[in-house]
Structure formats: structure tokens, C-alpha cells
Design a protein around this ligand. Sequence first.
Ligand code: PRP
Ligand code: URA
Length: 209
Amino acid sequence: MAADVYISGHPLIQHKLARLRAVDTKPPEFRDLIAAISRVLFFEATRDVALRPVAVTTPLAKVTCREIAEKIGLVPVLRAGLGMAEAMLQALPEAAVWHLGLYRDHATLKPVTYYNKLPPQPDMDTALVLDPMLATGGSAIAAIDILKKHGTPKVKFVGIIAAPEGRDELRAAHPDVPIYLAALDDRLNEIGYIVPGLGDAGDRQFGTA
Ligand code: PRP
Ligand code: URA
């Protein structure tokens, strides 16, 4: 059975998504919105992470609490995944960050890998691939191919907006990988952009439109 596709219906996410999509939202606010939405999705995507007991002394007593037992890797797909990784790193500073540089060739819409900063040995239990836009699915599939070849045991994909085409391609290529999203949009247009979408997520974060 294929892994789940989780689409958050949380009112705060929907509220922030409205501003994220708006054409007049400038890069500073756009980055804040990406961070706020990513933090909520991070909590959802780590809901099943293993815990272990840890002894803690409070000002009043000793108590057995729980701490995260897994090593978690954040894998931002450059450029647009960077803002997502930064927000998640604030929530879990112990996470490692593995950068993967992929861009979509404008003519073919196929992903081109230009940077790979995975460690020599796979030392993570779970890797979260981060990219706000799941359009044709080519970039996400290529990133997950790289992680699986590298030997990472468990991979999840966290995006913000997906097209049905990208969701279906990703599920077909990697049925074991759960997908976490803030929205599933209508379609891709003729040049591979998500409609209604938000435009180019990298350009809008970094002011390069
Ligand atoms: C965007 C986006 C994804 C990719 C999604 O990156 O951030 O990585 O397109 O499209 P796909 O699902 O069809 O592969 P882009 O290639 O524009 O690179 P950038 O982040 O450097 O601008
Ligand atoms: N990449 C983006 O940044 N936006 C889209 O709509 C599709 C791919």
C-alpha cells in the first residue's frame, strides 16, 4: 500500500497560504510565511519519530521525560527549500542539513543536479526532502533517488503546494515516501507552473524575479 499524502487543513496554514500566494507579497514577508507554514508541517511530518526515556531533574523532583531517539536529516532542494530547512532547524537544532542543488531545465522541465552535500556515509534514520513546490515531480523524485542510493533508510517529502500531476508521479516513483503538503492545487500550466500556485518559489523568496 502506498504511503499517505497528508494535506493540512489547519486554519493557520490556510490563512498564511493566502498571503503566500498573493502576487503583492514581497520577499521578506514571503520568507516569513514559508517559515511559519514549514514549522507546522515539520511537526506533522515528525509525528511518528521514535522517542527514548531521559532522566530530568526539575526544581522540585526527578522525572523521566522523553527525547527524540532518531537522527533526522533535513534535505533542502536548492534554492527554494532553504527557507523551509532554516525554519525546521530552529525547531530541532540537532538535525543535520544535507543540501541538494537541483534546477529544472526550462525547455525540458527535467531536473539537473548541480550540487550534492550529502555526508560520505548515510548516518541518518529519517531524511525529510524539503521543496515548497511539487510541480511535475521531477525534482522531488530525483532528490529521493539520490537519498535512497545513498542508503538513507526512511525518506519523507515535505512541500507546500503540489499539482496533482507531481503528486501522482512522486507516488508512482516512490510509493513508500509519505508526502506532507499545505495545499493540492488544480493543475500544471503549459510551461510547468502550478495553477493557481504562487509563481516561482525561489525567485519570490530571494527577490530574483
Ligand atoms: C522549482 C521548485 C522545485 C522545482 C519543482 O525549482 O523549487 O525544485 O521547481 O518543479 P518540478 O516538480 O517540475 O521538478 P527551480 O527549478 O525553479 O529552481 P530554483 O529553486 O533554483 O529557482
Ligand atoms: N517551480 C516553482 O517555483 N513554481 C511552480 O509553480 C512550479 C515549479
